[in-house]
Design a protein around this ligand. Sequence first.
Ligand code: HEM
Length: 429
Amino acid sequence: MGDWLDDELPRLNRAILSGDAPPGTLADQARDVLPHLPVVDRLTTEQARRFVVRLGFVGASVARHYQEWNPGGKATPERAFDGLSADGRPFRDYFAALADRTGLGHYSRDSYASLVRWNVGTVEVRRRDELMSVLPGVFDDGRIRSYTGTPGEERFFLLIKQSEAIELAVNDVLDPLGRAGNGLLTEAAIERVRIATDLIDAMRRLFLAFASLPPEQTMPADHFLDVFRQFAVHWTRDDIPPSGALDPEALKRDFLLGVGLPGYDRHVRRLFPALLRHERAALEELMTQPTLPERLLAGLGRDAAELRADAAGGGAELRRLIGQHPALIDWYRLLNAHARAAGAHLMLSKKFLFKPQRRRDEAGQGDQPLVSNRRGTTGMNELFLERLTRARQEHVLAPLRGVLSGETAEKVPDAEVPSAALVSVSLIG
Ligand code: HEM
């Protein structure tokens, strides 16, 4: 069973996509193999999580080939699973039971959690020698499963998991500040702010490094557009396909640091079904609290509008405030690091998706019929990602930009250690 799921499935996907096997081959084999799956109630939660990962790839593959090869199949995605059953239940019911068995409120289809966090092995983040976060996977065989078993797909999943592990470290460092009352300018608080800045900066460098490598060392854009993304089809008409937009640590960071985009919380709530139970709960809690910068300003008896007005009038009051509380600069750098990381992510999305698709549009080659390459899988287009990035740039301390010299605004908090050597992210299992 494990061999079929881990080795035969990606091989069949490659064969079908290259025209070497008929598109129905995978579903035909699945019809024979899946009835041998275990009874869900006898599985441990760990085993259930492993099956959710593996059967997620089966579901995505069967759904893709069905929709690709059946005219009108996109309108009836659930028909892809006709005749597929396991443990005497239809495939999607079996998958939903497995998802329930994970004990974590997993979605009834593949998800960000299953494809990225559980699929990729354990990732550790260290700053100097200190362990900052550990993000475990559910396998211990060192493999990264993927749709077609190609290194590009593995690298992509690894990049996202490494980033999430860094984000987890950032949130772990910042989260206690939400309970620190007015102590957001204390030495201990500022130490946390500086560490979080280093970590976010390390994530940005990870994005830049990925973008700077030749395609054969990352993922060629054509593979991303035509192969990888086309597995993120719907299983039912209104479900939420997997996406980086479902990275819960990124969402938490947005609510800790604030995004001035009206309706952002409604946008995030729409993604809730595809998150895990504890992720929904953590976000719900953060959404209803003031952000850290809002608390910071409230502690100083100021608000964002006053800061903007003072900057527009020459910034005399801002200079006085910084003179009185120089640690405001550390908070400014943190919010700036967050915005710059968003800018680097925007660059990735343009380089690997929006620009190649625009080139295709200009050449009259059109779009993929299954999963559009003109927007992300949960529907965000380039314009929306640009608006999100701008909202992060226009953070509540942005008015400080005008009164800080470039060097002060950008300086790495710990100048003695080059920031590239400060944070390491390793796949340990
Ligand atoms: C080559 C690399 C990448 C590309 C091409 C890319 C592309 C995209 C696209 C197209 C969207 C819109 C998603 C949708 O509509 O569902 C998106 C959103 C998002 N991606 Fe990525 N992404 C990449 C890497 C990453 C990484 C490494 C992370 C992990 C931190 C990540 C996290 C996010 C988040 C949090 C969003 C939501 C939008 C936002 O908060 O700005 N992405 N990405």
